[in-house]
Design a protein around this ligand. Sequence first.
Ligand SMILES: Cc1cc2nc3c(=O)[nH]c(=O)nc-3n(C[C@H](O)[C@H](O)[C@H](O)COP(=O)(O)OP(=O)(O)OC[C@H]3O[C@@H](n4cnc5c(N)ncnc54)[C@H](O)[C@@H]3O)c2cc1C
Length: 381
Amino acid sequence: MIRWNADQRALREGLARWSDDLSAGHIDQDEEGTFSFDKWRMIQKTGILSLPFDEQYGGLDQSLLTTMYVLEGLGEGCRDGGLNFSVTTSLASTGVPLQAFGSTALKEAYLPRIASGEAIGAHAITEAEGGSDAMQMRTRAERDGDGFVLTGSKTFVSNGPVADVVVVYARTHPQGGALGVTAFLLDRDTPGITVGRPMKKMGLRTSPLSELYLDEVRVPATRVIGRVGGGFLVLDHVMKREILYSFIVNVGEMQHRLDRCIEYAKTRMSFGKPIGSYQSVANKIVDTKIRLETARKWLYDTAQRLEEGENVTVDMAISKLLTSESNLATSLAAVQVFGGHGYMSEYGLEKDVRNAVAGTIYSGSNEIQYNRIASMLGLGK
Ligand SMILES: Cc1cc2nc3c(=O)[nH]c(=O)nc-3n(C[C@H](O)[C@H](O)[C@H](O)COP(=O)(O)OP(=O)(O)OC[C@H]3O[C@@H](n4cnc5c(N)ncnc54)[C@H](O)[C@@H]3O)c2cc1C
C-alpha cells in the first residue's frame, strides 16, 4: 500500500478547500447542461491543471502517482462530475502529449497556457463511422510544401465547444495502417475549423462535447506532435494517462458515495431500526467498499508499474474495466440505499448513474478492453 507523504497530503488538502465552491449548483447545472467558466477559473486557481508538467513550462513537476492522488481528491470533494471530466480531459488530451513528445518550440508556446488552464484542451480521434476501430480513421493530412492540409470530421470531442487547443489525429499515409496516423496540435480558431453545437447527452452534462469539422485546414509541420506517422504511439501514451486520471477521479467519487451511504444507512429508520442493520442494505454498502478498494489498488498499482517501465497493457484494461463497472454498480446501489429519495434528482445520486455509464464507453469501450485481455490470453486469434 502506498503511504502518501506530507507534501502529497498538503497538495490534496489544499484542493479540498475548494470543494464546496466547485460543487455549488451542480444539480441545476447538470439539468441545464451548461459548462461553468466561473468554476473553470476556480479550477485554474487550485493549480490542479499544472500538476504533472515541467516547472520550466509553469508546471508543478509532480509524479504520475501524486497527480492521481490529488485527482482522487477532486473526485471525492467535487460533486460536479462533468467538471471533473473536463479537467482530466484537458490534462490528458493536450498537455500530456506535448510534455512527452512536443518540440521545445511547441512546449514553450502552449504548455504554460495549458498548465495554467488559460487554454482548455481537447482531443479529436473518433469519427462518425466508428470510434473503436480508430485505425479506420478517414480524416487526412496531406503534405503541402512545408506543411499539411487537414480535411475530415470528428465527433464526440469532449471540451470541443469550449476548447482553445485541440490535438487532432489524422491520416498522413492512406495505406500506412498504424504508422499512417499523425497527431497535430491546432488552435481552435485556425481557418477551416468549425466546431459543432454542443451535443445533448445522457450524463456528464456540464462537460460539453461536440463535432469538429476540418475543411482544408493548413498547418505548418511544426504543429506535429512527435513524428509524422507516430500518432498511434502518442495516442497510446495519452490513453494510458487518460484512463489513470479520469478513473482515479471515479474512485474519489465512489469514496464520497460510500461515506454518504453509510451515514444514511445509520440514520434512516425503517420498522424501528436503522436500514443499515438489515443485511440486504448493508451488503450493498459492503460491496461498494470492496469495489472501491479494489479499483483504487488496481489503478495505483498499474500506474506504479507503468512508471517503472513495465508493460501494463492487460493491467490497464483490467483497471479501466473494473473501475468503470464498479462506478456504475455503486452508483446504482446508492440510489437503492436511498430508496425513493435516491431516485429524485435533488439528491444528486441519479446523476451519478448517468455519468457512470459514460465510463464504460470512453477511453476504449469495455468490450474493447475485454478483447485486449482475451488477446493477451491467446484467445480470439
Ligand atoms: C462521454 C464521452 C466522451 C468522449 N470523449 C471523446 C473525446 O474527447 N475524443 C474522442 O475522440 N472521442 C471521445 N469519445 C468517443 C469514444 O471514444 C467512442 O464513443 C468509443 O471509442 C466507441 O466508439 P463508437 O461510439 O464509435 O462505437 P462503435 O465503435 O461503433 O461501437 C459500438 C458498440 O460495438 C462495440 N464494439 C465495437 N467493436 C467491437 C469489437 N471489435 N468487439 C466487441 N465489441 C465491439 C463497442 O464496444 C460498442 O458497444 C467520447 C465518448 C463518450 C461517450
